[in-house]
Structures are given as C-alpha cells and as structure tokens.
Design a protein around this ligand. Structure first.
Ligand code: HAM
Length: 431
C-alpha cells in the first residue's frame, strides 16, 4: 500500500490529529479532569457542536474578537427551514446557559454544577498554542451569587492542575464590579486614553470606542507605560462587589490557593461581572493563558431570560496544558499499557486456535495480542518483544497436537509448560 507522501488530503490549517501514540496523554488529562470535577459534585454536560449564531453574538458580545472575527458561521438552511445562521461553538458557557434556560434546570435543584471536555472552534491565526479547533475542559456553577461558589470553581481548576503536576502557573485575579461600575470606569478610561489616542496602536484605537477596557489587555510593550498609569477598575468597585471580592480572596487564602491580584485583567468576553481570573504559565509563549473564567451574572438576561441566573465558571485549553506538561516532562511516568500475552501462531489451524484463545482471554479482561499479518515465527517473536508483552506462547502443529504450550515470561526468559486451557490461571496469577 502506498502511504503518506502521495496523499492529497491533509488536516485543515489550525487543526490537528491526535494520534494513537499520544492519546494516553490526553486520556490522563481527561481522567484527571473528570475525577476532580466529580469529587466536587459537578456532572458532565454535552451540548451540540453548533448553535444559533445569535446565541454567541448576544452572549459573548458583539464587540469581542471572538464574535467580531473568529466565529465559523454558516447558513445551514434546507428548504422550509427558518434558521438564519449557525456557528460552531467558540466556547461552552453560552451553550451551558442556553441549556439551563431551555430545560429549566433550576426546577430540578437550586444549584446546577456541570463540567465539560469538548472541542471548540475559533477562526484565529494559528500559532503555537492557538488553533482553529481546540479542546477545552471547564466547569460552570449556576444559581449562586455567593463568593464561596467563586472560590469553589477556582478550587476545582487549581486541584486539576495540581493533580497533573503543574506547580509553576500563576492564578491572576480581579473584580470587574457590576454593570454600573464598568459604565463609570469605561468613561474614566476613555477620558484617560483620549490625550494619548495618537500613541495607541491600531487595535487599541479600534477598542477605544468599542470596548476601552480591552486596551488594558494589550501585549504591545510600547503601550505598557501608558497602560500602567491608567485608572484602576478596583478603585471604582461598588461596596457589594468589593465585599464579594474580599470574601473570595479570604476563601482562597484559607484553601491555600495562591493568587496574584491583577487589576488589568479584563478577559476577552463581555459577559463577565465581578470575579475574573486567569491561570498563566511562563512555559507558554505569547499565548500564555492556560485557562480563565469568571462570574457571568448578566448572561442569562442577555439571552432573554426574565430572571437573572447568577453563575461562575472557568475553561482551560487542553493543547496549551499539553505543551506545558510535555515541557516539564510530566508524562514520563505514564506508559501506554502493553499486552499481557502475545500468542505467536504458525499455520492455519494454530491461527484459528490462537484467535479463540485470545478472544476468551480478552473477554475475561486480559490484554492479548496476536499476529494478523501472517508473519514468520521469528518476526512474530520480534513483534512480541517490541509490544512489551509480559508473556508469550508459541502455537504450532506440535503444541496443538499435545494441547501443551510453553508460556515464556519475557522479563527473565523462563518457560513454564502448561495446558492451553490453563493459560488464564497462570497469567492472572503471575500478572
Ligand atoms: P477563554 O479565555 O476564551 O474563556 O478560553 C479559555 C481557554 O481556552 C484559554 O485560556 C486557552 O487556554 C484556551 N483557548 C482559547 N482559544 C484557543 C485557541 N484558539 N487555541 C487553543 N486554545 C485556546 C472561555 O472560553 C470562557 N468560556 C471561560 C469561562 C467559562 N468563563 C466562564 N465560564
């Protein structure tokens, strides 16, 4: 078979295959995420990969980069459909809130706690740690205004990273106050940046009218000084938000979760109020955010709900986490599981018996391999070695006739003579 170099089709720019040789890394991350989330009482939610475009436009905000230029939107209409435009989800929070409102989840329990591990889509310029299809895990806690729920969500996030062995990342924390706070602050920021307008870069000039808070997010070093002297959002906080922020900090301190206050942290999505946080790593390049989140009390009403659903959540990028874990050799202790037994069979009759024996063992929970390529005994043994199998047996005419095989322990090359139907006992005992 002609492979690869002649292949016409390749993955689309900004997307990646996750190949069998690296899947154990993904599964390790996924297992850890599920385990931690479930210990905190979060249950998995799965929503469709696409939603009505308006859900994201209204939820995330028209002026954000995500909605303004990064959405994969298209018209899916079939004859008779009234659907205008749908979008591949760029994130999960809006979908989770949509599901919560659509299914009135508040009638089932006063608090809804969900988590996800799913693929997202953003039309961004691909670079290290930035893809067009990428994976996120995250959790959302809907129904509480209390700072203790903010602390819980941050604790879930921290424990996941801690259990994965990441100790060097920094949790940045800020409060964005309420809607009034941000309105007042917005005016103050514009007043501050106006005399500096000509010095701003093109992106910041664009943000000046649309969303001046995002100017603070700029990574442009030549603006660092102007930005560092800008008024601070924290000085505009209303009393309740201030109290909420202080309570959250005291919970985190009690839990021993380290954080750094960063009054310039505004996040790129419009639905946030009060708490905003981001976990950053110096082991990443320009895209240094491992994950982030915050409180989004206004999202439900932006989506048309009459009552406000207070909520808080976070999401983390899996590819970025993988980059950091690889750099810090955090996968080294994990090895893909080798087979317990490799059956080398020679001849048609032996292959048949090998297949039935392997099938029986597999049904009993034993990892078992055999040759499917009709290879010589020598190359089957080479394969057994390569696979890392704990035991091997050779099945040929002789063995079939006597019903007796030599079970070879690969680590010390010792052989035990046993009846074919005794393999299972030996293997399970000696595993
Ligand atoms: P976000 O900050 O837009 O927040 O994304 C969260 C994380 O997803 C980022 O920190 C990053 O690790 C990863 N990420 C984002 N875009 C890309 C990309 N193009 N390629 C690779 N990784 C990427 C949210 O999505 C919010 N929904 C978080 C949230 C949940 N807020 C409240 N609840």
């Amino acid at each position: 078979m002609q492979v690869n170099s002649q292949m016409k089709f390749q993955t689309v720019r900004g997307t990646k295959d996750i190949l069998p040789a690296e899947i154990y890394k993904w599964q390790h991350i996924e297992r850890t995420v599920r385990s931690v989330c479930e210990r905190f009482g979060y249950t998995e939610i799965r929503t469709p990969v696409f939603e009505e475009t308006a859900l994201f436009a209204r939820g995330i905000g028209e002026t954000t980069d995500v909605v303004g230029k990064e959405m994969f939107s298209f018209n899916p209409s079939m004859e008779g459909d009234a659907m205008d435009s749908i979008t591949l989800r760029p994130e999960m929070t809006a979908s989770v809130m949509r599901a919560y409102l659509q299914h009135s989840l508040q009638t089932l329990a006063p608090l809804t706690k969900v988590y996800y591990f799913a693929e997202m889509f953003r039309k961004e310029r691909p670079q290290a740690g930035r893809q067009r299809q990428f994976w996120q895990f995250g959790c959302e806690c809907l129904g509480s205004t209390a700072a203790v729920s903010d602390a819980e969500v941050i604790a879930v996030m921290s424990l996941i990273y801690r259990e994965l062995g990441i100790t060097s990342a920094t949790m940045k924390l800020n409060s964005l106050g309420n809607l009034e706070t941000r309105k007042t602050y917005r005016v103050a920021l514009q007043d501050y940046f106006r005399p500096h307008f000509e010095k701003l870069d093109a992106v910041s000039k664009e943000r000046f009218d649309k969303n001046p808070l995002r100017i603070l997010d700029s990574k442009n070093q030549s603006l660092a000084e102007i930005i560092s002297d800008a008024p601070r959002l924290v000085d505009f906080l209303d009393d309740d938000s201030k109290k909420h922020f202080e309570t959250l900090q005291s919970h985190l301190t009690n839990l021993g979760i380290a954080f750094e206050l960063d009054f310039k942290l505004v996040r790129g999505l419009d639905y946030y109020s009060r708490t905003a946080f981001e976990l950053v790593s110096t082991d990443l390049g320009a895209q240094d955010a491992l994950g982030g989140g915050g409180r989004y009390d206004g999202l439900s009403t932006a989506l048309g709900s009459e009552s406000e659903v207070p909520a808080i959540g976070f999401a983390s990028g899996v590819e970025r986490l993988l980059m950091v874990m690889e750099k810090q050799n955090l996968f080294d202790h994990l090895k893909p599981q080798p087979p317990v037994l490799f059956i080398a069979a020679l001849g048609e009759a032996a292959v048949k018996v090998a297949m039935t024996e392997a099938y029986k063992l597999r049904a009993k929970g034993v990892r078992c391999e055999m040759d499917l390529l009709g290879r010589s005994l020598k190359s089957q043994m080479r394969e057994a070695n390569r696979s890392g199998a704990t035991y091997t047996v050779v099945l040929g005419d002789d063995e079939l006739e006597k019903g007796i095989v030599q079970l070879r322990k690969m680590s010390d090359a010792t052989q035990t003579q046993i009846a074919l139907n005794e393999i299972i006992d030996k293997i399970q005992v000696g595993k």
